[in-house]
Design a protein. Structure first.
Length: 193
């Protein structure tokens, strides 16, 4: 059972076709020059990806639509409970594609989330209201005797938005609680546009 949307894709078989010089053909030419079947892919509530192959696009579309009908009727899988403490190493382990400095910043944002909400806070229970309360709490903090700047608070909002967008993409959440939080407007120095 899917948690969100089931997608229909081509599943290619065999080697990548080449031109007369032995160079691989661009992906846009594969449908005409490479064997394929149709696959339906979806994620379950535990985050596992599934797929099923079909000979024709019509069969694949019919199967995917059946899964979407179940989703619309409320028969979809519900993402399992996940605490902030368990989510932090999972998220940081998934994001090996980020620069180490960015990963450090995301780790810091996750530590602030755990400090505010507690280690046992379920990520699925963080609502947009509670996300706004967290941002407000963070803005009132002091760092080395000074209040935080608007730019620093905006950076945390962007990091939390990215972190929770990844959780949505991995089917751990249905929505991003930080998606609608606006960043503070920064004052421009006089004479600049």
């Amino acid at each position: 059972m899917t948690t969100e949307r089931a997608g229909v894709y081509r599943k290619y078989h065999g080697k990548v076709p080449t031109d007369e010089h032995g160079q691989p053909l661009p992906r846009s030419e594969w449908p005409r020059k490479r064997r394929f079947s149709w696959a339906v892919r979806w994620c379950g509530s535990e985050g596992t990806r599934y797929s099923r192959s079909f000979k024709t696009r019509k069969e694949a579309d019919r199967f995917a639509e059946g899964m979407q009908a179940d989703l619309r009727c409320g028969k979809a899988d519900v993402p399992g409970p996940l605490t902030l403490k368990a989510f932090e190493p999972m998220y940081l382990g998934l994001r090996g594609d980020l620069a180490s400095s960015t990963l450090d910043e995301h780790g810091r944002a996750l530590r602030y989330l755990r400090e505010h909400f507690g280690d046992d806070q379920l990520i699925g229970k963080i609502t947009p209201l509670r996300a706004r309360q967290f941002v407000s709490w963070y803005r009132q903090r002091e760092h080395r005797g000074k209040t935080l700047s608007a730019a620093t608070a905006n950076k945390l909002i962007r990091e939390c938005r990215r972190i929770f967008r990844e959780a949505v993409d991995c089917q751990l959440l249905r929505y991003n609680p930080f998606a609608s939080i606006a960043q503070e407007k920064l004052e421009r120095p006089p004479g600049t546009w």
